[in-house]
Write a new protein. Structure first.
Length: 363
């Protein structure tokens, strides 16, 4: 018990990730076993977060490859090496009929084929901002030779040195141009800078009347494809450490300093993203209320699962509807659908019961 408390103090997210992993008993048990052998916080995080995510992803890749009747799968150096090792284990364990290979190839050699596959989207890669981007770097990304760069320089009448920083302040660092955040799950226009994500968290807490939990914010911004889950959590941790926001009874509150800062920086965030973030948070709060007031009980019943849907007020049920589902996955799907809009389910049942339509005659 003492070791568990020590581990939780070192990194409070470990228990959170373990709770998520309980949805997959195999990964949960494997992660728990690994934790017993690991002392360093970084390695513990790998066991409960990165490793399970990679395993699930590789299993999906193998499943898709088998469905497409692929006979061989290549994992490219160097980023895919951990996934290659995982795939080897899975293929051997389950005797899958697919050949796994590790291909040593440079990213540079794949750049032109990648651009061909991406089409016009490759321009996002070529013109990607950063700390010290120059015209020379942009043209190099486009695979232009030195001679071709010179021709472009002449054609656009470029008067500055090719390798000079394109920053507006002649080389001064501008954090607003730095895309330094993970972008997995983010759509076009989403937040790609750590500073922008922190600013958005402050903006939300300063403008939503009801207090929000960390889960409310992460659910809202990930559902809206606005920011990456891990980056949101990191931003919240940094803001708490800096005293910009405080947590009380599992709810986050903006401090007066945070609210004052929001007035200065909110216009740096795109208006569409601000409006979308507020709307997503309001939906997350509504969903939380639905789940609290309209509970769903799932209980094993022989080879099936009994699902009881409750539409409730403060101290009584308006409706308690029991259904039987053959699998737990289907029972969970019913639960999620119901809690997304329990009022619609209740109204549909009432309207059906009081409908004046006659039942069809029985032959």
């Amino acid at each position: 018990m003492r070791d568990r408390k020590k581990r939780q103090k070192q990194n409070p997210r470990i228990e959170t990730y373990l709770e998520i992993l309980k949805q997959n008993n195999l990964l949960y048990k494997a992660s728990k076993q690994c934790l017993k052998q690991l002392d360093e916080s970084d390695k513990q995080m790998y066991a409960v977060c990165w490793a399970p995510a990679l395993v699930e992803y590789v299993m999906w890749v193998l499943s898709e490859a088998l469905q497409d009747k692929q006979e061989r799968l290549y994992f490219l150096a160097r980023d895919a090496y951990p996934m290659y090792l995982i795939a080897q284990q899975i293929v051997t364990k389950f005797n899958l009929r697919i050949e796994i290979r590790y291909l040593r190839v440079s990213r540079y050699s794949l750049r032109i084929p990648e651009y061909h596959l991406l089409g016009e989207k490759c321009l996002d890669r070529i013109f990607l901002s950063g700390i010290d981007v120059s015209l020379y770097q942009i043209l190099k990304r486009a695979e232009l030779s030195e001679e071709e760069m010179y021709q472009v320089e002449k054609e656009i009448h470029y008067r500055r040195p090719l390798k000079q920083n394109l920053n507006p302040k002649d080389g001064a660092y501008n954090p607003g141009l730095q895309f330094d955040a993970f972008t997995a799950g983010i759509e076009d226009g989403g937040l790609r800078a750590k500073s922008s994500i922190s600013a958005m968290v402050c903006y939300i807490l300063a403008n939503i009347e009801k207090p929000l939990s960390i889960k409310n914010i992460t659910d809202a911004l990930t559902a809206g494809c606005i920011a990456n889950y891990f980056e949101i959590c990191d931003s919240i941790d940094r803001l708490k450490a800096a005293g910009q926001i405080v947590e009380k009874d599992d709810r986050l509150y903006a401090t007066p300093q945070c609210k004052a800062a929001v007035e200065l920086i909110e216009n740096d965030l795109p208006l569409t993203m601000r409006e979308k973030s507020i709307a997503c948070c309001q939906r997350a709060l509504a969903k939380e209320t639905y789940q609290r007031e309209n509970r769903v009980d799932i209980e094993p019943d022989g080879n099936a699962f009994q699902v009881t849907l409750h539409v409730s007020d403060i101290d009584r049920d308006f409706m308690a509807l029991k259904l039987y589902m053959p699998t737990k996955a289907q029972a969970q799907a019913v639960k999620e659908k119901f809690q997304a809009n329990p009022v619609r389910v209740y109204e549909a049942v009432i309207n059906t019961l009081f409908s004046e339509e006659q039942d069809p005659p029985i032959d």
